[in-house]
Design a protein around this ligand. Structure first.
Ligand SMILES: [Zn+2]
Ligand SMILES: [Zn+2]
Length: 212
């Protein structure tokens, strides 16, 4: 058996996604499909910069973590660019915001699908038994992936209404100063002042909110 993906866009996403994610599992391609569905629903392309914002309701833990990698791959929203926020609700769900079009849509993986997979998937049974995803037999992992690739969208996802939103503007940071302690460059917003000198957060000993 091999992985067969007829849709050209999904096939390309899957190849890049697998390289980025690091192992073969069903939750990453589930995230890919969910992300592509949200893009299509909003009628937008992948986020090149911060045109889109992803609010993921995932938390830590294998399936949710893998799902988010698929979402990031599909939508182009990444932790590095700062247009992903994890809400940690413990759900396979997310809202994709189109900042330019001022619209958003929420997608969630159907409850009955998640609960059924947790009970019946041989891949998940291996994971429950403590087998790391990269050590699950190739054929079993491929079977799980093929299932996700081939199930009709309506069996996997609920799609919410597209609703209007007033998004916050995304600002760049172009001002930095050297730290008196370590000499490393620190972006202005994160400078801490001690005895009228500029320090980075670790050198200043500051323990407060790092984003203020
Ligand atoms: Zn995974
Ligand atoms: Zn420093």
């Amino acid at each position: 058996m091999a992985i067969e993906i007829k849709d050209k866009e999904l096939k390309e996403m899957f190849e890049h996604g697998l390289y980025f994610h690091g192992h073969l599992c069903p939750a990453m391609p589930l995230g890919l499909r969910a992300g592509l569905l949200a893009l299509r629903t909003l009628g937008v392309g992948r986020s090149q910069d911060k045109e889109l914002m992803l609010l993921a309701e995932t938390a830590e833990g294998h399936a949710m973590a893998c799902f988010l990698d698929g979402l990031m791959m599909a939508t182009g929203c990444t932790y590095g660019k700062g247009n992903v926020k994890k809400l940690r609700y413990g759900k396979l769900a997310f809202t994709l915001i189109d900042r330019k079009g001022k619209r958003q849509v929420r997608v969630n993986v159907k409850g009955e699908f998640v609960l059924n997979a947790l009970k019946t998937s041989p891949f998940i049974a291996k994971r429950k038994a403590g087998v790391p995803p990269q050590e699950v037999e190739r054929e079993m992992a491929e079977m799980a992936v093929n299932k996700i690739i081939n199930l009709p969208e309506e069996e996997l996802f609920n799609i919410g209404e597209v609703t209007p939103i007033e998004p916050k503007p995304a600002k760049g940071t172009f001002e930095a100063y050297p730290c008196e302690g370590c000499g490393e460059a620190v972006y202005a917003k994160w400078i801490r002042v001690k005895d009228k000198k500029f320090y980075c957060i670790p050198c200043s000993g500051y323990k407060g909110n790092k984003d203020a």
